[in-house]
Design a protein around this ligand. Structure first.
Ligand code: GTP
Length: 158
């Protein structure tokens, strides 16, 4: 379990246990890999980030993850795996979010990428992501680096 403050000084707790905080979280974040590169999306307001969003009524969190990847990047998910879950104690509300790791088979060109400008591929994430104006605030705390460490330990090393 890791507890830290995010970009907005909200308290965040991350765990790699199986759904430790909520059985049915309403938010998801998907760490995507395509062809040996990280697949991000460029959110129109927030900037570069991994795809993600809210679970819609009647959907499981995993289904929402596959849908959001497609909507925001055109990416077709090959395999997707639960990695962990985090809680953000925001000023107005508490957000529960599942983190997934997905590998992508191909990118389909879309007529809309919803609130984003579509797919962005990066061989590496910058070391100075915390202060890089191009990146979204959700990329500026410990969630992404710790989740990638966990992916490397548990999946990519196999
Ligand atoms: P809309 O209802 O779509 O307008 O979304 P929103 O802007 O109300 O945000 P959302 O419900 O997704 O999240 C509410 C608050 O939780 C945000 O303003 C953030 O402070 C925080 N939050 C949401 N997701 C994350 C995240 O992945 N990381 C961090 N650190 N904070 C988050």
């Amino acid at each position: 379990m890791h507890t830290f403050r995010d970009y907005y000084k909200n308290l965040v707790t991350l765990s790699f246990e199986d759904h430790p905080f909520s059985e049915q979280p309403k938010h998801i974040l998907v760490i995507c890999e395509y062809n040996g590169e990280w697949l991000l999306t460029k959110h129109s307001d927030r900037g570069l980030e991994f795809p993600g969003g809210k679970v819609e009524p009647g959907e499981t969190a995993k289904q929402a993850a596959v849908r959001e990847v497609h909507e925001e990047t055109g990416g077709i998910v090959n395999a997707i795996q639960y990695i962990g879950q985090y809680v953000v104690e925001g000023k107005a509300e508490t957000v529960f979010k599942n983190v997934y790791y997905a590998t992508i088979t191909r990118l389909e060109t879309q007529s809309t990428y919803f609130e984003t400008e579509g797919p962005v591929l990066r061989k590496e994430l910058p070391k100075d992501m915390k202060v890089d104006q191009n990146f979204s605030f959700i990329m500026k705390d410990e969630i992404v680096p710790r989740s990638i460490e966990q992916i490397t330990r548990t999946i990519k090393s196999i």
